[in-house]
Design a protein around this ligand. Structure first.
Ligand code: NDP
Ligand code: ZN
Length: 351
């Protein structure tokens, strides 16, 4: 079978591999919708991915059809259309039982795709622990919507959850690419009164408003911190989600965050150190919390997200504005995420 691999730093390329085989509790899935993620871009083009073997097939966002299942799989059968979360942990470990399924067997191991085994940029791919990780594609949910649930929606919504958005909160979302846009939508659903969205691409700005942003802050047009403080009459915000920028964006977020409140980071940061300004932290005594995590995955989380989509509470399918229709288009779909044309929000291949 064919797959798109990281053949070296900055070198995506097609490889030919043997079709994977399901263990007793696993499933093999034939992809019918696949999307590349900016985390794939970080890992393929960045040095962070140098530890990976040179034929590792990439990708962790997909919807597919069950091609085969192991003998112990109870809830799924050949031919089922299934939503596959980006995060497919081993639910049996102590860390998973303690609520840290994203790091079930060590840091980031809740995402075996990319990190530990071949991913979803393939004609067929392997899913461990099928009963705990797969979900049936609900009637009425499109492939476009479902493939945006598996990573973009669960991640953005988790940002709003981690930042502890409450009814009436004022929230700042730094970055309104697909992840930040979903953080805006999540904060909106959780009852935020004001959502200040930081970004500049005009398609993203339009969609941010549609998903619930009340104010747009263009970080190219002056100091972001000053703009947010001006918009909040010097008070700052109740919750911050960081989904864009770099390590210093955390510092900006802390400057606009009220004392005693929480900043949630979703960004993959490639810098060696996190610069934290101490004055806005009241010299270490400001009661501000910094959180950051890989998004939640697994079956229950997908069912929770898909229920919102099915009920019409949010439409993550709108994120896709570079749509491809052939398996071979995976390479241009990945390249467009890397090259980031001005009008890009998110690419996907819908077969
Ligand atoms: P994008 O690159 O599409 O979006 C980034 C956003 O950040 C854009 O809106 C951009 O603005 C904005 N931005 C850039 N520089 C700054 C700055 N200095 N200050 C404020 N905003 C800035 O990324 P994605 O939405 O796809 O992903 C965001 C991050 O989330 C990535 O690092 C990705 O790897 C990570 N991620 C994390 C996951 C997790 O589990 N935690 C899961 C999936 C992704 P502009 O409009 O000008 O382009
Ligand atoms: Zn991702």
């Amino acid at each position: 079978m064919k797959g798109l691999a990281r053949t070296g730093r900055g070198a995506p390329g097609w490889v030919e591999k043997v079709k994977p085989v399901a263990g007793p509790r696993d499933a093999i899935i034939r992809a019918i919708a696949i999307a590349p993620c900016n985390s794939d871009v970080h890992l393929i083009w960045g040095e962070m991915g140098d530890f990976l073997p040179s034929d590792r097939i990439f990708g962790h966002e997909a919807v597919g059809v069950v091609d085969s299942v192991g003998n112990d799989v109870k809830d799924f059968k050949v031919g089922d259309r299934v939503v596959v979360p980006a995060i497919t942990p081993d639910w049996g470990t102590v860390a998973s039982q303690q609520g840290n399924h994203q790091h079930c067997s060590g840091p980031l191991t809740g995402m075996p795709f990319d990190m530990l085994k071949d991913g979803t940029f393939a004609e067929y791919f392997h899913v461990n622990d099928a009963d705990a990780n797969l979900t049936l594609l609900p009637d009425g949910v499109t492939l476009e919507q479902a493939v945006m649930v598996v990573d973009m929606m669960t991640t953005g919504f988790y940002g709003a959850e981690m930042a502890d958005v409450k009814l009436g909160s004022t929230v700042a979302v730094f970055g309104i690419g697909p992840v930040g846009l979903m953080a805006v939508a999540g904060a909106h659903l959780m009852g935020a009164a004001r959502i200040l969205a930081v970004g500049s691409r005009s398609n993203c700005v339009d969609l941010a408003k549609e998903y619930g942003a009340t104010d747009i802050v263009d970080y190219h047009k002056g100091d972001t911190v000053k703009q947010i403080m001006d918009l909040t009459d010097g008070k700052g915000v109740d919750a911050v989600v960081v989904a864009g920028g770099n390590a210093s964006t955390i510092g900006e977020g802390l400057e606009v965050l009220k004392f005693g409140h929480t900043l949630a980071n979703l960004n993959v940061m490639e810098e060696a150190m996190l610069p934290i300004p101490l004055a806005p932290m009241a010299f270490g005594l400001g009661g501000k919390t910094i959180k950051g995590n890989l998004c939640p995955g697994g079956r229950a989380r997908m069912e929770q997200m898909l229920a919102l989509v099915k009920a019409g509470r949010v439409d993550p399918g709108k994120l896709i504005n570079y749509r491809y229709t052939k398996f071979e288009d995976l390479l241009p779909a990945l390249m467009v995420m890397h090259d980031k044309p001005k009008d890009l929000i998110k690419s996907a291949v819908i077969l």
